[in-house]
Design a protein around this ligand. Structure first.
Ligand code: GDP
Ligand code: MG
Length: 443
């Protein structure tokens, strides 16, 4: 990580007076590379590195801190400032209901999915949202939103693909007013590129329905390109904020920094998966930690806290304590059940430093629902002794377990292999120290 690299750069410097132009040069090169790697726009990087240089040069090298850490601290603080620091980036709903929110962005960015997530989020805040499909171009776009609405038990306005988007929004607004909805969420159409015709359509909706929020939905995976597109939408529509989607993937999220730096508009939410609860309120310091390779432990712990069964966590923790960090098949089974509740395993693992990569290495580690059932069946067919100590499961036991669970020996083998991998992961999690995962889970 950047932190390690800077420590190396500064190894010789510890306790040697002040930082000079000369000795921060190497550090800043690492900072620049890390930011570019994280998809931060190069102009933004240039200005930023200049700022850090000014602040770092002349700083006294503290005895107690490695200079690398000192620079990391400066970089971290400046990045958080660049992202708006502690500015309030919450959704602005301070208008006469029904308050309108309009989502805009390129095709495939995640608008429709984010509409669903946002509606769920608002419902959780005791609001009554109405979802409005206003994408009449993409085949089945209306149906897509209707499906989401059904899953969430949130009403979707009955638009027809033969209507004009502006007419749909106008009618939906009237409907929402008459029926006591608090919030209207307009799901608009996208294109592969910014296009004039679409912009005119969106401007028409904006001018007539005066949405309180115009949220630009940006796909974090598109990296640098997201900045230009954001600027294009902002120039035409005057966006009020950003939803950065697909941060559960490999993208480090540097696009968020660039978008904020270039448009001045805050990121309000981040999307962390395809599921409808995979939406987080944006926290600048967490994104910055992610960009600097410090992992997103805070988000993880919060997420774990809200879904992890407390009793189960306590049981597991008790057990870990007793056995000095050992973890058996019984625990593995209940972990899988907890993970099912928390959302995708991958999205959780990506939040832990270094864990995203570890997960990729243990190929196919994320079980599907069906696999999960099979795994549970296999573990159910074991004796308590076997669950407590998998090393006793020899060939004949494997055969018996396979028969008992209606699976094959290969599947039993595969599970045991996967389990030993999970054991390793658990050991790593344990290394996270007293502030580690289990504590976070227990709340
Ligand atoms: P739209 O064209 O902008 O409306 O985009 P959609 O909402 O239809 O999303 C396009 C694809 O991206 C779908 O397959 C979504 O499931 C997926 N998607 C949306 N948000 C996220 C996210 O935060 N993470 C991941 N992994 N996929 C997402
Ligand atoms: Mg859509």
């Amino acid at each position: 990580t950047l932190s390690d690299k800077l420590d190396l750069v500064f190894k010789k410097l510890r306790g040697q007076g002040v930082m000079t132009e000369d000795n921060v040069k190497d550090a800043l090169r690492e900072v620049r590379l890390a930011l570019l790697e994280a998809d931060v726009n190069f102009k933004v990087v240039k200005d930023f590195v200049e700022k850090v240089r000014t602040r770092a040069v002349g700083t006294e090298v503290l005895q107690s801190l490695a200079p690398g850490q000192q620079v990391i601290k400066i970089v971290h603080d400046e990045l958080v400032l660049l992202m708006g620091g502690s500015e309030d980036n919450s959704l602005d709903l301070a208008a006469k209901p029904p308050v309108a929110i309009m989502l805009v962005g390129l095709q495939g960015a995640g608008k429709t999915t984010s509409c669903g997530k946002l509606a769920k989020y608002l419902k959780g805040q005791r609001k009554k949202p109405l979802l409005v499909p206003a994408d009449v171009y993409r085949p089945a776009a209306i149906e897509q939103l209707k499906v989401l609405g059904r899953q969430l038990d949130i009403e979707v306005f009955n638009s027809l693909a033969t209507q004009k988007p502006l007419d749909i929004c106008r009618e939906a607004h009237r409907y929402a007013t008459l029926n006591g909805f608090d919030v209207i969420i307009y799901d608009t159409a996208g294109r592969h590129q910014i296009d004039d015709y679409l912009m005119e359509e969106l401007e028409g909706i904006r001018d007539e329905l005066a949405p309180r929020e115009i949220l630009f939905v940006a796909d974090a995976m598109t990296g640098q390109e997201a900045v230009n597109v954001a600027q294009g939408f902002n120039d035409r529509l005057g966006i009020t904020g950003v939803i950065l989607t697909k941060l559960d993937g490999d993208a480090k999220g540097g696009a968020a920094l660039s978008i904020k730096a270039v448009t001045g508009k805050p990121v309000k939410f981040v999307g962390l998966g395809e599921k409808l609860d995979a939406l987080d309120v944006f926290h600048a310091d967490r994104l910055v930690s992610r960009i600097l390779g410090m992992g997103d432990v805070l988000t993880l712990i919060e997420k774990a806290q809200s879904t992890f069964d407390e009793k189960e966590a306590a049981r597991l923790q008790q057990k870990m304590k007793k056995s000095g960090g050992q973890f058996d098949l019984e625990d593995f089974r209940s972990q899988l059940q907890q993970i099912k509740k928390m959302g995708s395993l991958e999205s959780i693992m990506n939040l832990i430093p270094g864990m995203g990569k570890a997960m990729k290495q243990m190929q196919g580690a994320q079980p599907s629902e069906k696999e999960l059932k099979r795994i549970e069946a296999i573990i159910d067919s074991m004796t308590a002794k076997e669950r407590a100590n998998h090393t006793i499961i020899n060939g004949s036991r494997r055969l018996r377990i396979a028969k008992g669970s209606g699976t094959s020996i290969q599947e039993v083998n595969q599970l045991l292999k996967r389990f030993t991998e999970a054991q390793k992961v658990v050991k790593q999690l344990q290394k996270m120290g007293p502030k580690g995962l289990m504590k976070g889970m227990k709340g």
